[in-house]
Structure formats: structure tokens, C-alpha cells
Design a binder for this molecule. Structure first.
Ligand SMILES: [Zn+2]
Length: 207
């Protein structure tokens, strides 16, 4: 398995502005079981406000996402949005797939992160699975990385389930970053040397 020494600095200035965070329902970080039970009652969640660019690119049809976790080798592919609503069951599975693998700890991911990923992928014309290097990052993990590298912010959208560090087979990190930045759906960080990009569903910005 390839080891990624670097990870993204992840949005110190954004995390300090709560009003700009995604408005999807948040659950306590360690409340996955209670959250899963609550979600089980209603299979489809109301759609959060969607940026116009997402609707313009993805249209009104079902939205599919395919993800492979680099660390665990786990994969998941499915329709996460249909008829104007997010599929709660698939989101629950995605929450676990996007967990912090070092602690085995998950959080409810902001579903608009998957909108960002699906939109970028559609524009790229790719049908490959995203390779996710880092999704949710527990505060303990982030603090450890921040101590190891000055590039890592102590406050990160990864800790809010709003960010992912990703690669897409057959696509250069530069090409993905260019498209993502043009779409202005959130944060875009290019880590060209390491071959991945950071995507998030916070305010549009790039580094
Ligand atoms: Zn990141």
C-alpha cells in the first residue's frame, strides 16, 4: 500500500466561520449508532440546498457514486440521490466507508460532498471509482498529523465530514483540480507531488 506522507492543510479559515458550513443535519461525532437508528426510520432524507452547478451538470436523474478506500480496500457503488432526495441507507454505508480507518470511527458525512465528487466526475467523463485516501478524520488523528507536519491545520473540514482527499484512475490530479476549481462547488486543494486532490463542500476556494 502506498503511504501518503502529506495530507491537506484543510481549511482553517473556513472552519472558524460556522455560518458557512453545510446545512445538512449534523449528529454527534460518536453518535453513529443512535444516528443510524434515527435514519433507519426514513429511507430518503430531504435534499439539502444544491448549488445550481450540481443540478445543471447532474440533471434531475439518479446520482451515482463509486468509492474505493485506499487503506482498507473496501468499495461501494450505488445511487445516493434519487427524485430530489438523498438515500439515507446508502449515505449510512458511505459514512462507514469514509470513516477514520486508524480509529474505526465514523461520522455522518455531509452528502453535498458526494454531489461535488459526482459533478466533477461527470464533467471529466469518468466512470471510475474515486480512490479515497482520507475522508472523515477524527480529532485525535488530525491532532497527531498536525504535530507531525506543519502543513496540517489543527481545524479541518475532514473533522466535520465535509472533505475528502481523492484520486481518480486515468485522471491527473492537475486535471481534476482544474475542473473542480472551475465549477466552484467548494474547496479544492492540489497535492500534485502526492498525486491527490482535496475536495470539500465548504465555500469555494483553492490552494
Ligand atoms: Zn483534505
Amino acid at each position: 500500500m502506498r503511504v501518503f506522507a502529506a495530507c491537506c492543510p484543510a481549511c482553517r479559515e473556513v472552519a472558524a466561520r460556522p455560518a458557512t458550513r453545510c446545512d445538512a443535519p449534523r449528529l454527534p461525532r460518536r453518535g453513529m449508532l443512535a444516528g443510524a437508528l434515527a435514519l433507519a426510520a426514513a429511507p430518503f432524507a430531504p435534499a439539502a440546498a444544491t448549488p445550481a452547478a450540481v443540478a445543471e451538470v447532474l440533471g434531475s436523474g439518479p446520482r451515482r457514486i463509486a468509492i474505493r478506500r485506499v487503506q482498507t480496500g473496501e468499495s461501494l457503488s450505488g445511487i445516493y440521490w434519487r427524485d430530489g432526495r438523498y438515500d439515507r441507507e446508502l449515505l449510512r454505508q458511505l459514512d462507514w466507508l469514509m470513516r477514520d480507518p486508524s480509529l474505526g470511527e465514523a461520522t455522518p458525512m455531509d452528502p453535498r460532498l458526494f454531489d461535488v465528487m459526482a459533478t466533477v466526475q461527470k464533467v471529466l467523463g469518468s466512470e471510475e471509482a474515486w480512490h479515497v485516501i482520507s475522508g472523515y478524520r477524527a480529532p485525535e488523528t488530525n491532532a497527531l498529523r498536525a504535530r507531525q507536519s506543519r502543513r496540517v491545520s489543527r481545524v479541518s473540514l475532514h473533522m466535520s465530514g465535509m472533505a475528502a482527499d481523492v484520486m481518480l484512475p486515468g485522471q491527473s490530479s492537475l486535471g481534476i483540480a482544474r475542473i473542480a476549481a472551475e465549477l466552484q462547488l467548494g474547496g479544492v486543494g492540489l497535492y500534485r507531488r502526492d498525486g491527490f486532490i482535496h475536495l470539500d463542500c465548504g465555500p469555494a476556494r483553492r490552494w
